[in-house]
Design a protein around this ligand. Structure first.
Ligand SMILES: Nc1nc2c(ncn2[C@@H]2O[C@H](COP(=O)(O)OP(=O)(O)O)[C@@H](O)[C@H]2O)c(=O)[nH]1
Ligand SMILES: [Mg+2]
Length: 428
Protein backbone atom coordinates (compact mmCIF):
# COMPACT_ATOMS: atom_id res chain seq x y z
CA UNK A 1 0.00 0.00 0.00
CA UNK A 2 2.99 2.24 0.46
CA UNK A 3 1.49 4.05 3.42
CA UNK A 4 4.09 5.55 5.66
CA UNK A 5 4.01 4.27 9.20
CA UNK A 6 4.19 7.26 11.45
CA UNK A 7 3.68 6.81 15.14
CA UNK A 8 1.56 9.30 17.02
CA UNK A 9 4.39 9.98 19.39
CA UNK A 10 7.40 9.91 17.15
CA UNK A 11 10.44 9.11 19.26
CA UNK A 12 13.62 10.80 18.13
CA UNK A 13 16.74 8.66 18.00
CA UNK A 14 18.39 10.86 20.61
CA UNK A 15 15.37 10.59 22.94
CA UNK A 16 16.01 10.37 26.65
CA UNK A 17 15.98 6.89 28.12
CA UNK A 18 14.34 6.14 31.43
CA UNK A 19 14.46 3.57 34.18
CA UNK A 20 10.98 3.05 35.68
CA UNK A 21 10.65 2.21 39.36
CA UNK A 22 7.46 0.54 40.52
CA UNK A 23 7.26 0.67 44.30
CA UNK A 24 4.80 -1.68 45.97
CA UNK A 25 3.78 -2.68 49.42
CA UNK A 26 3.96 -6.33 50.38
CA UNK A 27 0.20 -6.72 49.86
CA UNK A 28 0.18 -5.70 46.17
CA UNK A 29 -0.37 -8.53 43.71
CA UNK A 30 1.89 -9.10 40.76
CA UNK A 31 -0.83 -8.21 38.27
CA UNK A 32 -1.50 -4.92 40.09
CA UNK A 33 2.19 -4.10 39.84
CA UNK A 34 2.25 -4.97 36.17
CA UNK A 35 -0.76 -2.80 35.42
CA UNK A 36 0.88 0.14 37.15
CA UNK A 37 4.04 -0.48 35.13
CA UNK A 38 2.02 -0.64 31.90
CA UNK A 39 0.22 2.58 32.64
CA UNK A 40 3.45 4.40 33.49
CA UNK A 41 5.09 3.01 30.33
CA UNK A 42 2.21 4.35 28.22
CA UNK A 43 2.53 7.75 29.92
CA UNK A 44 6.30 7.87 29.42
CA UNK A 45 5.80 6.85 25.80
CA UNK A 46 3.43 9.79 25.36
CA UNK A 47 6.22 12.04 26.67
CA UNK A 48 8.44 10.66 23.87
CA UNK A 49 10.89 9.19 26.38
CA UNK A 50 12.10 5.63 25.81
CA UNK A 51 11.51 3.11 28.59
CA UNK A 52 14.90 1.41 28.98
CA UNK A 53 14.00 -0.92 31.82
CA UNK A 54 11.56 -1.43 34.65
CA UNK A 55 12.52 -2.30 38.22
CA UNK A 56 10.06 -3.49 40.86
CA UNK A 57 10.79 -2.67 44.50
CA UNK A 58 8.72 -4.06 47.36
CA UNK A 59 8.80 -1.91 50.48
CA UNK A 60 7.95 -2.94 54.00
CA UNK A 61 8.49 0.53 55.48
CA UNK A 62 9.43 3.65 53.52
CA UNK A 63 12.82 5.13 54.36
CA UNK A 64 12.56 8.83 55.26
CA UNK A 65 15.63 10.00 53.34
CA UNK A 66 15.67 7.78 50.25
CA UNK A 67 12.29 5.99 50.33
CA UNK A 68 13.79 2.67 49.26
CA UNK A 69 16.70 2.32 51.75
CA UNK A 70 20.44 2.31 51.21
CA UNK A 71 20.76 -1.27 49.93
CA UNK A 72 18.23 -0.69 47.12
CA UNK A 73 19.67 2.75 46.41
CA UNK A 74 23.07 1.17 45.75
CA UNK A 75 21.53 -1.59 43.64
CA UNK A 76 19.63 0.89 41.46
CA UNK A 77 22.71 3.12 41.24
CA UNK A 78 24.63 0.23 39.69
CA UNK A 79 21.82 -0.35 37.18
CA UNK A 80 21.72 3.36 36.27
CA UNK A 81 25.49 3.47 35.70
CA UNK A 82 25.48 0.25 33.74
CA UNK A 83 22.62 1.12 31.41
CA UNK A 84 23.45 4.84 31.24
CA UNK A 85 19.83 5.97 31.51
CA UNK A 86 19.05 9.69 31.59
CA UNK A 87 16.38 9.65 34.21
CA UNK A 88 14.71 7.54 36.86
CA UNK A 89 10.92 7.74 37.05
CA UNK A 90 9.03 6.66 40.17
CA UNK A 91 5.47 5.46 39.76
CA UNK A 92 4.47 7.22 43.00
CA UNK A 93 4.74 10.78 44.31
CA UNK A 94 8.14 11.62 45.82
CA UNK A 95 8.70 14.23 48.49
CA UNK A 96 10.98 17.07 47.36
CA UNK A 97 13.58 15.93 49.89
CA UNK A 98 13.73 12.31 48.73
CA UNK A 99 13.82 13.44 45.14
CA UNK A 100 16.78 15.73 45.85
CA UNK A 101 18.66 13.08 47.81
CA UNK A 102 18.29 10.46 45.11
CA UNK A 103 19.34 12.87 42.36
CA UNK A 104 22.51 13.63 44.31
CA UNK A 105 23.37 9.97 44.84
CA UNK A 106 22.45 8.71 41.37
CA UNK A 107 23.67 11.72 39.41
CA UNK A 108 20.65 11.73 37.11
CA UNK A 109 17.24 13.37 37.05
CA UNK A 110 14.72 11.67 39.32
CA UNK A 111 11.09 12.46 38.63
CA UNK A 112 7.79 11.11 39.84
CA UNK A 113 4.54 10.22 38.12
CA UNK A 114 3.01 13.65 38.84
CA UNK A 115 5.81 15.33 36.93
CA UNK A 116 5.33 12.99 33.98
CA UNK A 117 1.62 13.83 33.91
CA UNK A 118 2.37 17.55 34.15
CA UNK A 119 4.79 17.30 31.25
CA UNK A 120 2.21 15.52 29.08
CA UNK A 121 -0.45 18.09 29.88
CA UNK A 122 1.99 20.92 29.15
CA UNK A 123 2.86 19.41 25.76
CA UNK A 124 -0.80 19.11 24.85
CA UNK A 125 -2.15 22.40 26.19
CA UNK A 126 -3.65 24.36 23.32
CA UNK A 127 -6.18 26.78 24.62
CA UNK A 128 -5.38 29.80 26.75
CA UNK A 129 -7.20 28.21 29.66
CA UNK A 130 -5.26 24.95 29.40
CA UNK A 131 -1.93 26.79 29.20
CA UNK A 132 -2.78 28.80 32.33
CA UNK A 133 -4.14 25.80 34.27
CA UNK A 134 -1.05 23.77 33.55
CA UNK A 135 1.38 26.56 34.28
CA UNK A 136 -0.37 26.99 37.61
CA UNK A 137 -0.12 23.30 38.43
CA UNK A 138 3.55 23.24 37.43
CA UNK A 139 4.43 26.24 39.56
CA UNK A 140 2.66 24.74 42.56
CA UNK A 141 4.58 21.55 41.98
CA UNK A 142 7.92 23.35 41.63
CA UNK A 143 7.56 25.64 44.64
CA UNK A 144 8.86 23.16 47.24
CA UNK A 145 11.42 21.82 44.77
CA UNK A 146 13.46 24.93 43.96
CA UNK A 147 16.74 23.54 45.22
CA UNK A 148 16.71 20.67 42.81
CA UNK A 149 19.82 20.15 40.82
CA UNK A 150 18.00 18.66 37.85
CA UNK A 151 14.92 20.37 36.78
CA UNK A 152 12.42 19.90 34.04
CA UNK A 153 10.83 23.18 34.91
CA UNK A 154 13.59 25.40 33.58
CA UNK A 155 11.41 26.50 30.69
CA UNK A 156 8.88 27.81 33.15
CA UNK A 157 11.35 29.55 35.38
CA UNK A 158 13.47 31.04 32.62
CA UNK A 159 11.72 34.32 32.13
CA UNK A 160 11.15 35.16 35.74
CA UNK A 161 14.49 36.30 37.04
CA UNK A 162 14.30 39.90 38.18
CA UNK A 163 16.70 42.27 39.86
CA UNK A 164 17.81 40.90 43.15
CA UNK A 165 17.39 42.85 46.40
CA UNK A 166 20.60 43.17 48.39
CA UNK A 167 21.07 40.25 50.73
CA UNK A 168 18.25 38.26 49.32
CA UNK A 169 19.22 34.84 48.07
CA UNK A 170 18.27 33.69 44.60
CA UNK A 171 16.23 30.99 46.22
CA UNK A 172 14.05 33.35 48.25
CA UNK A 173 13.71 35.50 45.17
CA UNK A 174 12.49 32.60 43.09
CA UNK A 175 10.12 31.47 45.77
CA UNK A 176 8.52 34.88 46.16
CA UNK A 177 8.30 35.44 42.43
CA UNK A 178 6.70 32.08 41.93
CA UNK A 179 4.16 32.77 44.67
CA UNK A 180 3.33 36.11 43.01
CA UNK A 181 3.05 34.43 39.65
CA UNK A 182 0.67 31.82 41.09
CA UNK A 183 -1.62 34.58 42.35
CA UNK A 184 -1.47 36.32 38.98
CA UNK A 185 -2.32 33.12 37.14
CA UNK A 186 -5.30 32.45 39.38
CA UNK A 187 -6.65 35.91 38.65
CA UNK A 188 -6.11 35.45 34.88
CA UNK A 189 -7.79 32.07 35.00
CA UNK A 190 -10.96 33.28 36.60
CA UNK A 191 -11.28 35.76 33.71
CA UNK A 192 -10.55 33.18 31.03
CA UNK A 193 -13.13 30.75 32.36
CA UNK A 194 -15.87 33.34 32.04
CA UNK A 195 -14.78 34.00 28.45
CA UNK A 196 -14.85 30.32 27.56
CA UNK A 197 -18.40 30.28 26.24
CA UNK A 198 -17.62 33.19 23.92
CA UNK A 199 -14.50 31.48 22.56
CA UNK A 200 -16.47 28.33 21.89
CA UNK A 201 -18.99 30.07 19.70
CA UNK A 202 -16.20 31.86 17.81
CA UNK A 203 -14.37 28.68 16.95
CA UNK A 204 -13.83 28.16 13.25
CA UNK A 205 -16.00 25.28 12.16
CA UNK A 206 -14.52 22.53 10.09
CA UNK A 207 -16.58 21.06 7.30
CA UNK A 208 -15.08 17.61 7.87
CA UNK A 209 -16.62 15.55 10.69
CA UNK A 210 -14.30 15.37 13.68
CA UNK A 211 -14.08 12.43 16.07
CA UNK A 212 -12.23 12.48 19.38
CA UNK A 213 -10.73 9.28 20.77
CA UNK A 214 -11.04 9.40 24.55
CA UNK A 215 -10.31 6.97 27.36
CA UNK A 216 -7.75 5.94 29.91
CA UNK A 217 -4.03 5.94 29.27
CA UNK A 218 -2.92 2.51 28.06
CA UNK A 219 -6.37 1.56 26.74
CA UNK A 220 -5.10 1.69 23.14
CA UNK A 221 -6.09 5.17 21.87
CA UNK A 222 -2.87 5.88 20.00
CA UNK A 223 -2.73 2.31 18.68
CA UNK A 224 -6.25 2.75 17.32
CA UNK A 225 -5.42 5.95 15.49
CA UNK A 226 -2.28 4.37 14.09
CA UNK A 227 -4.17 1.26 13.03
CA UNK A 228 -6.83 3.31 11.25
CA UNK A 229 -4.32 5.48 9.42
CA UNK A 230 -1.89 2.63 8.64
CA UNK A 231 -4.43 0.18 7.24
CA UNK A 232 -4.65 0.12 3.45
CA UNK A 233 -8.16 1.50 3.10
CA UNK A 234 -7.42 4.47 5.27
CA UNK A 235 -4.98 6.58 3.34
CA UNK A 236 -3.68 9.46 5.28
CA UNK A 237 -2.94 11.83 2.48
CA UNK A 238 -3.14 15.25 3.97
CA UNK A 239 -2.54 16.89 7.23
CA UNK A 240 -3.85 20.34 7.82
CA UNK A 241 -1.02 22.67 8.64
CA UNK A 242 -2.93 24.08 11.57
CA UNK A 243 -3.67 20.74 13.17
CA UNK A 244 -1.62 19.36 15.97
CA UNK A 245 0.23 16.11 15.27
CA UNK A 246 -2.26 14.03 17.21
CA UNK A 247 -5.05 14.70 14.70
CA UNK A 248 -5.16 12.61 11.53
CA UNK A 249 -7.24 12.53 8.39
CA UNK A 250 -8.85 9.14 7.90
CA UNK A 251 -10.56 8.14 4.67
CA UNK A 252 -13.43 5.72 5.12
CA UNK A 253 -14.07 2.96 2.56
CA UNK A 254 -17.08 4.90 1.19
CA UNK A 255 -14.76 7.77 0.34
CA UNK A 256 -15.73 10.06 3.18
CA UNK A 257 -13.01 11.79 5.10
CA UNK A 258 -13.02 12.37 8.81
CA UNK A 259 -10.58 13.87 11.25
CA UNK A 260 -9.68 11.81 14.31
CA UNK A 261 -7.98 13.30 17.36
CA UNK A 262 -6.06 11.37 19.98
CA UNK A 263 -6.81 13.06 23.30
CA UNK A 264 -4.83 13.19 26.53
CA UNK A 265 -5.52 9.96 28.39
CA UNK A 266 -7.28 9.74 31.72
CA UNK A 267 -4.94 8.42 34.42
CA UNK A 268 -5.74 6.36 37.47
CA UNK A 269 -5.35 8.22 40.77
CA UNK A 270 -5.00 11.62 39.14
CA UNK A 271 -3.56 13.95 41.80
CA UNK A 272 -6.27 16.27 43.02
CA UNK A 273 -4.43 19.46 42.04
CA UNK A 274 -4.16 18.26 38.44
CA UNK A 275 -7.86 17.62 37.86
CA UNK A 276 -8.59 21.08 36.43
CA UNK A 277 -5.45 21.02 34.30
CA UNK A 278 -6.50 17.64 32.89
CA UNK A 279 -10.01 18.75 32.02
CA UNK A 280 -8.67 21.79 30.24
CA UNK A 281 -6.71 19.55 27.86
CA UNK A 282 -9.87 17.74 26.73
CA UNK A 283 -11.02 20.50 24.40
CA UNK A 284 -11.04 18.19 21.38
CA UNK A 285 -13.74 16.12 23.05
CA UNK A 286 -15.90 19.20 23.55
CA UNK A 287 -15.67 20.33 19.94
CA UNK A 288 -15.83 16.91 18.30
CA UNK A 289 -18.88 15.78 16.30
CA UNK A 290 -18.65 12.29 17.77
CA UNK A 291 -16.63 10.35 20.34
CA UNK A 292 -14.88 7.01 20.36
CA UNK A 293 -14.48 5.89 23.96
CA UNK A 294 -11.74 3.26 24.21
CA UNK A 295 -11.88 0.91 27.22
CA UNK A 296 -9.29 -1.68 28.22
CA UNK A 297 -11.52 -4.74 28.62
CA UNK A 298 -8.64 -6.71 30.14
CA UNK A 299 -8.46 -4.34 33.11
CA UNK A 300 -10.40 -5.19 36.27
CA UNK A 301 -11.06 -1.43 36.54
CA UNK A 302 -12.76 -1.19 33.15
CA UNK A 303 -16.27 -0.40 34.42
CA UNK A 304 -15.19 2.21 36.97
CA UNK A 305 -12.82 3.75 34.40
CA UNK A 306 -15.64 3.93 31.88
CA UNK A 307 -17.95 5.53 34.44
CA UNK A 308 -15.33 8.11 35.38
CA UNK A 309 -14.72 8.93 31.73
CA UNK A 310 -18.41 9.53 31.10
CA UNK A 311 -18.75 11.62 34.26
CA UNK A 312 -15.89 13.90 33.27
CA UNK A 313 -17.26 14.22 29.73
CA UNK A 314 -20.62 15.15 31.21
CA UNK A 315 -19.03 17.82 33.38
CA UNK A 316 -17.36 19.23 30.29
CA UNK A 317 -20.62 19.24 28.38
CA UNK A 318 -19.27 16.78 25.82
CA UNK A 319 -21.96 14.10 25.98
CA UNK A 320 -24.47 15.72 23.63
CA UNK A 321 -23.05 13.84 20.65
CA UNK A 322 -23.05 10.28 19.35
CA UNK A 323 -20.45 7.95 20.81
CA UNK A 324 -19.07 4.52 20.06
CA UNK A 325 -17.61 2.49 22.91
CA UNK A 326 -14.75 0.15 22.12
CA UNK A 327 -14.04 -2.77 24.47
CA UNK A 328 -10.42 -3.19 23.47
CA UNK A 329 -7.76 -5.81 24.26
CA UNK A 330 -10.27 -8.66 24.05
CA UNK A 331 -7.29 -10.87 23.12
CA UNK A 332 -6.28 -10.75 26.78
CA UNK A 333 -9.71 -10.72 28.34
CA UNK A 334 -9.72 -12.33 31.79
CA UNK A 335 -13.32 -11.77 32.82
CA UNK A 336 -15.88 -13.22 30.38
CA UNK A 337 -18.63 -10.97 31.71
CA UNK A 338 -16.69 -7.73 31.44
CA UNK A 339 -18.04 -6.80 28.01
CA UNK A 340 -21.66 -7.65 28.83
CA UNK A 341 -21.43 -5.47 31.94
CA UNK A 342 -20.22 -2.63 29.72
CA UNK A 343 -23.08 -3.33 27.29
CA UNK A 344 -25.56 -2.99 30.14
CA UNK A 345 -24.28 0.58 30.56
CA UNK A 346 -23.99 1.64 26.94
CA UNK A 347 -24.73 0.52 23.43
CA UNK A 348 -23.19 0.09 20.87
CA UNK A 349 -20.10 -1.55 22.35
CA UNK A 350 -17.68 -2.97 19.80
CA UNK A 351 -15.23 -5.65 20.90
CA UNK A 352 -11.78 -5.06 19.48
CA UNK A 353 -8.20 -6.16 19.57
CA UNK A 354 -6.15 -3.54 17.88
CA UNK A 355 -2.97 -5.61 17.92
CA UNK A 356 -4.63 -8.43 15.98
CA UNK A 357 -6.95 -6.18 13.95
CA UNK A 358 -10.18 -7.66 15.31
CA UNK A 359 -13.19 -5.34 15.34
CA UNK A 360 -11.71 -2.53 13.29
CA UNK A 361 -14.01 -3.25 10.34
CA UNK A 362 -17.03 -3.13 12.66
CA UNK A 363 -15.81 0.14 14.08
CA UNK A 364 -15.45 1.63 10.62
CA UNK A 365 -18.99 0.53 9.71
CA UNK A 366 -20.30 2.04 12.90
CA UNK A 367 -18.52 5.34 12.19
CA UNK A 368 -19.97 5.35 8.66
CA UNK A 369 -23.49 4.80 10.04
CA UNK A 370 -23.00 7.47 12.65
CA UNK A 371 -21.88 10.02 10.05
CA UNK A 372 -25.11 9.48 8.15
CA UNK A 373 -27.04 10.57 11.20
CA UNK A 374 -24.84 13.66 11.48
CA UNK A 375 -25.22 14.69 7.86
CA UNK A 376 -27.81 12.84 5.81
CA UNK A 377 -27.07 12.10 2.16
CA UNK A 378 -29.16 14.34 -0.08
CA UNK A 379 -29.55 14.95 -3.79
CA UNK A 380 -29.52 18.49 -5.14
CA UNK A 381 -30.54 19.47 -8.66
CA UNK A 382 -28.48 22.57 -9.31
CA UNK A 383 -28.96 24.83 -12.37
CA UNK A 384 -26.05 24.56 -14.81
CA UNK A 385 -25.12 28.23 -14.33
CA UNK A 386 -24.76 27.80 -10.55
CA UNK A 387 -21.30 26.24 -10.40
CA UNK A 388 -20.72 28.33 -7.30
CA UNK A 389 -23.16 26.03 -5.46
CA UNK A 390 -21.31 22.93 -6.62
CA UNK A 391 -18.13 24.53 -5.33
CA UNK A 392 -19.93 25.31 -2.07
CA UNK A 393 -20.81 21.62 -1.71
CA UNK A 394 -17.22 20.62 -2.39
CA UNK A 395 -15.93 23.11 0.12
CA UNK A 396 -18.33 22.48 3.00
CA UNK A 397 -19.69 19.01 2.40
CA UNK A 398 -18.75 15.63 1.04
CA UNK A 399 -19.73 15.08 -2.55
CA UNK A 400 -20.41 11.46 -3.49
CA UNK A 401 -21.68 11.70 -7.05
CA UNK A 402 -22.12 14.36 -9.75
CA UNK A 403 -24.17 13.89 -12.93
CA UNK A 404 -24.66 16.46 -15.64
CA UNK A 405 -28.22 16.05 -16.88
CA UNK A 406 -30.39 18.01 -19.27
CA UNK A 407 -32.28 19.60 -16.40
CA UNK A 408 -29.24 20.54 -14.34
CA UNK A 409 -26.34 19.23 -12.29
CA UNK A 410 -27.47 16.40 -10.05
CA UNK A 411 -25.23 16.17 -6.97
CA UNK A 412 -25.43 13.56 -4.22
CA UNK A 413 -23.72 14.94 -1.13
CA UNK A 414 -23.72 15.23 2.62
CA UNK A 415 -23.53 18.68 4.10
CA UNK A 416 -23.92 19.98 7.59
CA UNK A 417 -27.19 21.81 8.25
CA UNK A 418 -25.26 25.01 8.97
CA UNK A 419 -24.05 25.18 5.37
CA UNK A 420 -27.17 23.93 3.67
CA UNK A 421 -28.97 27.29 3.46
CA UNK A 422 -28.15 28.38 -0.15
CA UNK A 423 -28.88 24.83 -1.40
CA UNK A 424 -32.27 24.28 0.15
CA UNK A 425 -34.30 25.40 -2.84
CA UNK A 426 -32.51 22.81 -5.02
CA UNK A 427 -33.01 19.91 -2.62
CA UNK A 428 -34.73 16.98 -4.35
N1 LIG B 1 -2.98 -7.12 24.01
C1 LIG B 1 -3.33 -5.98 23.45
N2 LIG B 1 -2.55 -4.88 23.63
C2 LIG B 1 -2.94 -3.71 23.07
C3 LIG B 1 -4.14 -3.62 22.30
N3 LIG B 1 -4.26 -2.33 21.89
C4 LIG B 1 -3.19 -1.66 22.38
N4 LIG B 1 -2.38 -2.50 23.09
C5 LIG B 1 -1.13 -2.19 23.79
O1 LIG B 1 -1.42 -1.41 24.93
C6 LIG B 1 -0.38 -0.46 25.16
C7 LIG B 1 -0.94 0.94 25.23
O2 LIG B 1 -1.45 1.30 23.97
P1 LIG B 1 -1.54 2.84 23.52
O3 LIG B 1 -2.17 2.87 22.18
O4 LIG B 1 -0.25 3.52 23.69
O5 LIG B 1 -2.57 3.38 24.62
P2 LIG B 1 -3.01 4.89 24.93
O6 LIG B 1 -2.26 5.29 26.16
O7 LIG B 1 -4.48 4.80 25.18
O8 LIG B 1 -2.68 5.73 23.75
C8 LIG B 1 0.62 -0.65 24.04
O9 LIG B 1 1.66 -1.46 24.51
C9 LIG B 1 -0.19 -1.34 22.96
O10 LIG B 1 0.61 -2.15 22.12
C10 LIG B 1 -4.94 -4.80 22.12
O11 LIG B 1 -5.99 -4.82 21.47
N5 LIG B 1 -4.48 -5.93 22.73
MG1 LIG C 1 -1.49 7.40 23.73
Amino acid sequence: MGTKTTRIHEVATDAQRALLLIISSTSDTQSQQERRAEELSALVDTMAVVVDRIEYVTLRTPNSTTLIGSGKVAEIEAIIKESAVDLAIFEMPLSPRIQRNLEEIWGCAVIDRDEVILQIFADRAQTKEAVLQIELARLEYSLPRLTRKWTHLSRQRGGMRGTRDAGETQLEMDRRQISDKILQLKAQLSKVVTQRAVQRSQRIESSIPVGAIVGYTNSGKSSLLNALTDAGVFVEDKLFATLDPTTRTVKLPGGEEILLSDTVGFVSNLPHNLVEAFKSTLEEAIYADFLIIVCDASSPDMISNYTTTVEVLEELGATDKPAIVLANKIDKLEDDFAVSRLRSLYSPVIESSIVTGVGLDLLVNEITELLKSLRPLSTYLIPTDRHDLVAHLHRWGQVQQIEYTEVGISVKARIDGRYQGPLLEYLQ
